[in-house]
Design a protein. Structure first.
Length: 277
């Protein structure tokens, strides 16, 4: 277990909220061509923990790779890993991330969502998919902070995901770090295609402008994100699951300001990360 020597470590300092890119499958833990394709993204993820006001008491992460009819949360005290990618080197199916769960926090999240009228349940069998354990291996490699994974809702309703985030915002004052894990651009046919370079850049500019607005205006813009330039080229219809974790994060931000904290062109497309608070 690592030791955090910051003066306020261990206090329930109010945590920021992040929307992060999680890359392509296990991309950070294998050879790629070009070799430096994911270097800057990996460096960003590795640096996140040093920017926090204290060591998180727990992490709540919503991944674009888990959709359920209603919101679900992992409830196991020792969640397994789900290697939900295919065609990668054998060693990537042996990656480990033995972070504990927190059944008590899972029940608290379900209770909070239920009080606000959102159907939610604890899934005692579900493990961490690669949208969770891959970035967390870089961000918190010791795997010694309890992690709860939250699903998206399969109807992909943007307002429902903003509202779910708002419901969970109070957890930030309990030392819980809330992370949305997805990709700001996610059209599989667009990756590597130079025709999508200006398309993704224009969408990213809109997204950044939206995130940086005052909270009420930010939420209104994100709720209608399909009106953004090239929205459906960057996130095809019924495939916006990699963007919706940003809406949960924005909801959890409450009154906190948002800003872009990482951006680069990866596989000919603009990919960004955002922080609130």
């Amino acid at each position: 277990m690592t030791t955090d020597n910051r003066p306020d470590a261990g206090k329930h300092a109010r945590m920021p909220v992040f929307f992060i890119p999680h890359g392509a499958g296990p991309c950070f833990f294998m050879d790629w061509n070009p070799a430096d394709t994911w270097t800057r993204m990996a460096a960003f993820l590795k640096g996140v923990s040093a920017t926090l006001p204290a060591r998180p008491k727990a992490i709540v992460l919503v991944s674009g790779h888990w959709l359920e009819p209603g919101f679900s949360v992992t409830g196991s005290s020792r969640p397994p890993l789900i290697y939900d990618y295919s065609g990668f080197p054998p060693h990537t199916y042996e990656l480990a991330y033995p972070a504990p769960g927190s059944p008590a926090l899972a029940e608290q999240i379900v209770r909070l969502l239920g009080q606000d009228g959102a159907a939610a349940r604890v899934d005692g069998d579900r493990g961490f998919d690669h949208g969770a354990f891959i970035p967390l291996k870089l961000m918190f490699p010791a795997a010694d902070i309890p992690v709860i994974q939250l699903s998206l809702r399969a109807d992909l309703d943007p307002r429902a995901h903003l509202e779910a985030g708002r419901t969970l915002a109070a957890l930030r004052d309990e030392g819980v770090l809330i992370i949305g894990s997805g990709m700001s651009f996610h059209n599989m046919r667009g990756y590597g295609d130079p025709r999508f370079t200006p398309i993704s850049a224009e969408f990213d500019h809109w997204l950044t402008t939206a995130v940086e607005q005052a909270p009420a205006q930010r939420d209104a813009l994100l709720a209608d994100w399909t009106q953004a330039p090239h929205a459906r080229l960057c996130h095809p219809p019924r495939a916006e699951e990699h963007l919706l974790p940003l809406l949960v994060a924005a909801g959890a931000a409450a009154g906190s300001e948002g800003r872009k904290v990482y951006s680069e062109t990866v596989m000919a497309t603009t990919i960004s990360a955002f922080r609130f608070g």
